[in-house]
Design a protein around this ligand. Structure first.
Ligand code: SAM
Ligand code: SF4
Length: 322
């Protein structure tokens, strides 16, 4: 099992398969994607080899992210190849939902276990203003289909002051839908410092409102991720809060990241990634990549330094995969 010098164990890999995105989320790519072409990113054999190396080190769960992973035509193949690697028990996907209604059956058949869909607002106009796309209806029908197929579904929204912080529509949706809705505090990135100052609000305010409305905190399992979750006897869904600015947020970190260009990032906000791409070539022994991963994990820092406005190499989250 991969372990760092603070005793944190990593059984979870977030693997970005592209930086390309078709949305223009105000907090991420407000001017749209303008970067490398699709051919620059990891190939299926490179992805498969990376998953094999991490699986040898005890990784059980792979989350495929981006950019927008569903823009890759070979996404179903990526899912099925990752799922077929010995030791991998779960393959999850984070998506903006653009192709969800059309593709969810394929992804399910390829072996997808969980899906996180980013929906910053259930209101058609607000959704359109944030993402640049009038797509909420199709995304919601894709979510219904994912639930019907029995997939574990989470909806993520970036919490923005005065934009989407009204809890009433979320409560209404959670009443009858067995999903987890999670607010993520907006994080400062090099490109988005002004947006951050205008919109950041602490999830602590939302937590207070949840408790006042009868939501109860769920005790976190040891291996759980960074979200604080809440349940309510009158609701089918759960509410989660991801508060990267809260004390001890990094203490429960259980994830490593590989970017779509093949760099391993020990933290979303680390100064630089460690290049693994040359180890992904077919003629390099798998053990070389395994050794490189082990060697570098011990260098993982105790915590990010967001509180000091240091966002490392991160210009926006589409670069490494949020
Ligand atoms: N395109 C996919 C999507 O939006 O779900 C996957 C990649 S996106 C970078 C992953 C997650 O990062 C999304 O839930 C998005 O809302 C979140 N995100 C992007 N920029 C962020 C920021 N500055 N602060 C907090 N979350 C952010
Ligand atoms: Fe694209 Fe996801 Fe960034 Fe939105 S958050 S611009 S959907 S990568």
């Amino acid at each position: 099992m991969l372990e760092d010098s603070f005793g944190r164990r990593f059984y979870y890999l977030r693997l970005s398969v592209t930086d390309v995105c078709n949305f223009r989320c105000t907090y991420c790519l407000p001017n749209g994607y303008d970067g490398l072409p699709a051919e620059a990113f990891l190939t299926v054999p490179e992805i498969e080899k990376t998953v094999q190396a991490f699986a040898q080190l005890g990784t059980e769960k792979i989350r495929i992210t981006g950019g927008e992973p569903s823009l890759r035509k070979d996404l179903s193949e990526i899912i099925s190849r990752a799922r077929a690697v010995k030791g991998i028990k779960k393959v999850a996907l984070t998506t903006n939902g653009y192709k969800l209604d059309k593709k969810i059956d394929d992804w399910y058949q390829a072996g997808l276990s969980q899906i996180n869909v980013s929906i910053d607002s259930f209101d058609q106009e607000t959704f359109k203003e944030i993402t640049g796309h009038d797509r909420i209806e199709e995304i919601m029908s894709g979510i219904d289909r994912a639930i019907t197929l029995g997939l574990k579904v989470k909806v993520n929204a970036v919490l923005m002051k005065g934009v989407n912080d009204d809890l009433a529509p979320i409560f209404q949706w959670l009443k009858t839908n067995p999903v987890t809705f999670r607010f993520i505090e907006v994080m400062e990135t090099a490109d988005q410092d002004v947006f951050f100052r205008q919109h950041h609000v602490s999830g602590g305010d939302i937590k207070q409102q949840l408790i006042e409305s009868g939501w109860q905190s769920i005790i976190r399992e040891q291996a759980a991720g960074p979200a604080q979750e809440f349940w309510h006897p009158e609701y089918q869904g759960r509410f989660g809060l991801i508060m990267p600015y809260s004390k001890d947020f990094c203490a429960s970190c259980n994830r490593l990241r590989v970017s779509s260009l093949g760099k391993m990032h020990l933290c979303l906000f680390a100064e630089q990634g460690i290049d693994l791409r040359h180890y992904m070539a077919a003629d390099i022994p798998l053990d070389d990549m395994v050794s490189a991963i082990v060697e570098h994990v011990s260098g993982k820092a105790l915590s990010h330094e967001l509180i000091n406005h240091k966002s490392g190499a991160m210009k926006n989250l589409s670069m490494i995969g949020g």
